[in-house]
Ligand binder design. Structure first.
Ligand SMILES: [Zn+2]
Length: 97
C-alpha cells in the first residue's frame, strides 16, 4: 500500500491545479503527465469532472459558432475577455464545490 501511495503521490493534484489544467488544455497541449494527473483527479472528483464537461461544452459551442459563421470567434474574444470568462466560471464552480 505504501508503494502505491509513493507511486501515486506525484500524480495527485488539488482541485485548484486541476481547474488550471482544464483551463489550459482548451488553448494548448498540457502534456502527457498532466493529462494523467487530470484524468486521475477527475476520476475521483465529481465536481472537477463536471467543470471539465462545462469547459468543453463552452469550447465546442464557440467552435461551432466559428464554423457556422465562418468567423474566428476565438480571435474576437480577446485574451482579457477569455481570462475573465474563465475566472467567472472558476468562481461559480468553486461556490458550488
Ligand atoms: Zn477536484
Amino acid at each position: 500500500m505504501k508503494l502505491l501511495i509513493l507511486i501515486l503521490k506525484p500524480l495527485l493534484i488539488q482541485c485548484r491545479q486541476a481547474s488550471e489544467l482544464m483551463s489550459k488544455e482548451i488553448d494548448t497541449s498540457i502534456g502527457f503527465s498532466n493529462k494523467v494527473r487530470l484524468a486521475l483527479h477527475n476520476a475521483m472528483c465529481l465536481p472537477c469532472a463536471y467543470l471539465r464537461k462545462q469547459y468543453r461544452f463552452i469550447d465546442s459551442v464557440l467552435r461551432r459558432m466559428e464554423t457556422m459563421h465562418q468567423v474566428h470567434v476565438h480571435e474576437h474574444l480577446d485574451n482579457e475577455k477569455k481570462v475573465l470568462l474563465k475566472k467567472q466560471l472558476r468562481e461559480f464552480f468553486e461556490k458550488e464545490h
